[in-house]
Design a protein around this ligand. Structure first.
Ligand SMILES: [Zn+2]
Length: 274
């Protein structure tokens, strides 16, 4: 089995379906939401389903990634969704998910990002007090204005406010980086971006790459993923980026548009062959 590449699986109905999809794609790990964007509600499962899931999960997978829902906005000065985050984490822990991918949100209610970064730090400090064994990966976004973590330097300031900075790791999304304005199309661009990542957050803290292409131009700040090879960043650039000696050890996760298993396998196999 190819061990570096996983995908985001859309949870439609049940945990069984999740495992079936992972099997059809022969995945070493996967990511999913437990709060589908369509419903905004945590999925319902029975104890029996959980037991059946765990039986397969324990023999088949080591790392599993839960993508925290977008309703959680830890940088907001008002209702930040921390209780919602707790519910999602508790749910995913029952299923023995190991990693939590989280967007930093935006400094809603503030006039600039700084109070938002402070709020985010407070929430994460609380979370790390309560949770000793989960891995949190903050993901870069692509939105402008008060969005925290589109500009990677926000994460540098965040790290200075965290009691246990060793608990924070990052997921870099290639489509979001491009949409925010970080060029990664040429080798020179890639070298500059990788150096910048190392200076701001440190390459050692990057534990996952969301390998996505985008339909949007550099710096447009719109989040629209494309199938790898059909977007603006392009296949060669993405391949060179993830095969860069400083990044080649980092797991990859594809967040593709809704595709059939067959079509998804075509993309997946292409990346597996790189
Ligand atoms: Zn992503």
């Amino acid at each position: 089995m190819h061990t570096r590449v996983g995908v985001h699986i859309r949870m439609r109905s049940s945990l069984t379906e999740l495992l079936q999809r992972a099997d059809s794609l022969d995945l070493p790990f996967f990511q999913c939401f437990f709060v589908p964007q369509e419903t905004g509600k945590l999925i319902q499962v029975t104890n029996e389903e959980v037991r059946a899931f765990l039986k397969v999960r324990r023999t088949r997978f080591k790392d599993l990634y839960c993508h925290v829902s977008y309703w959680v906005n830890l940088s907001s000065l008002g209702n930040n969704g921390f209780p919602q985050l707790r519910r999602e984490i508790n749910f995913a822990k029952r299923l023995e998910f190991t990693h939590f991918v989280l967007h930093a949100g935006n400094a809603k209610g503030a006039i600039n990002k700084n109070p938002g970064i402070d709020a985010l730090a407070r929430s994460l400090n609380d979370l790390f007090e309560q949770e000793r064994d989960i891995s949190v990966l903050l993901e870069n976004s692509c939105h402008g204005n008060l969005a925290v973590g589109s500009d990677i330097t926000d994460f540098k300031w965040l790290l200075e406010k965290i009691d246990k900075p060793e608990r924070i790791n990052f997921c870099i999304d290639t489509a979001h980086a491009h949409s925010f304005g970080y060029a990664i199309t040429t080798l020179e661009d890639q070298k500059n971006f990788i150096n910048f990542l190392d200076e701001t957050i440190g390459i050692d803290r990057i534990k996952l790459i969301h390998l996505n292409d985008t339909a949007e131009h550099l710096g447009c700040r719109i989040d629209r993923h494309s199938i790898i090879g059909q977007g603006i960043i392009g296949e060669d650039a993405l391949k060179n980026f993830i095969m860069h000696p400083q990044l080649e050890h980092i797991p990859l996760l594809l967040e593709l548009p809704d595709l059939s298993v067959e079509d998804e396998l075509v993309v997946l196999n292409k990346v597996r062959e790189w």
